[in-house]
Design a protein around this ligand. Sequence first.
Ligand code: SF4
Length: 597
Amino acid sequence: MTAEVADVRRSVAQLKALVAQAQADSVDWTADDVAAWTAEHFGGGRVAVACSMAGDTVVPHLIAEHLPGVHVLFLQTGYHFAETIETRDALARAAAVTIVDVLPKLTVVEQDAQYGAKLHDRDPSLCCAMRKVDPINSTLAGYEAWVTGVRREDNVLRAHTPLVEWDEGHQMVKINPIAAWSFHELLDYATTHQVPVNPLLTQGYPSIGCAPCTRAVAPGEDPRAGRWAGLNKTECGLHVAADDDTTEVETTFVSALQTFNLTAGLGSVETSPIDQPADVVATSSTSGSGSTEATAATSGRRLSQLKELESEAIHIIREAVTELERPVLLFSGGKDSVVMLHLAAKAFWPAPVPFPVLHVDTGHNFPEVIAYRDAEVARVGVRLVVAKVQDYIDDGRLIERPDGTRNPLQTQPLLDAIADGRFDAVFGGGRRDEEKARAKERVVSLRDEFGQWDPRNQRPELWNLYNPRHRAGEHVRVFPLSNWTELDVWRYIQAEQIELPAMYYAHEREVFNRDGMWLAVGEFSQPKPTEPVEVRTVRYRTVGDMSCTGAIDSDSATVADVLAEVAATRITERGATRADDRLTEAAMEDRKKEGYF
Ligand code: SF4
C-alpha cells in the first residue's frame, strides 16, 4: 500500500531537541519504554519501522503495541524468497501494523528489458542501488523518525548503539529499541508474543536478502558469507541508506567511526595523551598511509606517529585484500594478532572483515587465551579456522618432540591449512623489532610452493609499493605491523582501549625457573625435580605454547604500567620469553625458511 505520512514535518532543531532529551532520559529505558516514547512523539504517521522480515519482525510488533497501525517499510525488490514474503504476510496478521511495500521504479521485467537479465550477477551494486537504496531513501524522506532492529551484539562496531539517535544522513530521528537485547531476548519476545520470524533463519540462512544473492552458510561460516557469495560485495555500500536485512545507515557508520576512533581513510585526527604529533609531516611520509595522508596533506595537519602506523597498516591490509583473492589472518589471541584484527575491522567497516582468521593450535595453550580467542572471534564476527597440531600427532604425521615443545611443530599444520583453504595471502603479526629474522623480512613476503621463505631472494619494497605477485601454489605473507615496535603496540592498545587476555597483566601464578625464564606450572609444563615451584607476581609479554613461553616478574597491572615497563626494557619480548627462539642463533630464521610464520 502507499504510505500516508504526517502533513507538517517538525524542524531539524525540534527533532534534535527531542533526541537530546530522550538520550538524557533513556538511561534505564527498556525496549517497551522506547516504544512508548516513540508512540508519544511520533504518532500520526511520523514514524516508520524498517523491517527485512527476517528476525527483526519483533520490532514492528513491539512498536505496534503502543502505536497500532504503524507503517512497516518492506523493501520489495521483486527477488525475495517465498518464505520472506510469507513472513511479511504473517506479520501483517499477527501484529497491528500497516505493511508498506517499498517498490523500485522498475519492475524486474522492466529492469531486465533495460539492463539485461540477471543484473544482480553482473552489477549487483547498480541492482541494489535501483531496487533498495533509492526506494528506501525517497520513502524515508516522508517521515520524521524511523525504527530499526539494530542490536549492540550484532558486531563490535554496533556495540555503542544508542536507543535514540540523530540520523545525520537522513536528517531524521533514528530509534533502536532493541539495541540492548541479546539474540535470546529477541527469541523470547518472538515466542512469548507469537511473532512470526523467517523460517529460513533455522535453515542455514542467518542473513537473508534477495534469493539470487543469498545462499545458505555452513556451520561456523561467517553469517554473512552467504550474501553476494563469490562477488566482491558484502553490503549495499557505504552510502546506502538501508540494507534489506541490516537496516544499516550512514549514521551508524558515522557514530561507529566516532566510537572506534576510525581515522584511517577519513582524515580525522585525534590525539590521545600519549599520541603526540610525530616529527615527520604527513605529506613527506613514505609510510604509504594512503588517503589519510592525502587529507592531512591538504589540511596541513600532522599525523601523530601512532596514527601514521595505523594508517600504514590499514593501507597494507586493504592493498592485500584488493590484490589477492583469498586472504586469511593468523590469530592466536596474542596482542599483535588482536591489534591486527582490530585494524582489519577498521579497514573495512561497515562491511565485515572480508576474510577468516586462522589459529594454529599447538594443544598446549593457556586456557584463558583460547577462551579469549573464541570470545573475540564471536565479538568481531569473523570465521575461525583452527589447524590442530594434536591431530597430526594423533595420526602420526608429526612426532612429539622429546622436550615436549610444540611451537616448532606448527609449520606443517599451518602450511596444510593454507593449502586446504587456498589462501594466497596470510596476514601475520610479525614486527621487525622482535627478532633478527623478522627484521630481514619484507612487508609482503613471497613463500614458494612448499611454503618456504628464501631470505636471499626478497623483492624490493620502495615507498609503499608492495609486490604480491605469485604463481599458482605460492602465497605471500603480509605483515602490516612490520614497522611497529612492542611499545607502539602497547601505545595503540591504550589509545584504542583494546582488551587483551588477562595474562598480559600482573597476576600471581605458580612458576618454576628454567634457563632464566619463569614457566607456568600446568598440564603441559611440569618442573623437573631440580626446579622448585614458586608463586610469583608475573605477566606475559607474548602468548605461545605453554611449554616454552615464559613469564616475567612484573607488577604491571594496567596498560599504563606495562607501557612504563616496556619503555624501560632492553630485551625484546621474544628474546626474553620464548625458549624456542633460544635454541640456536638463527632459530627463528630456520623455522621461517621452512614455512613458519
Ligand atoms: Fe539486486 Fe541482489 Fe541487491 Fe537484491 S540483493 S537488489 S537481487 S543485487
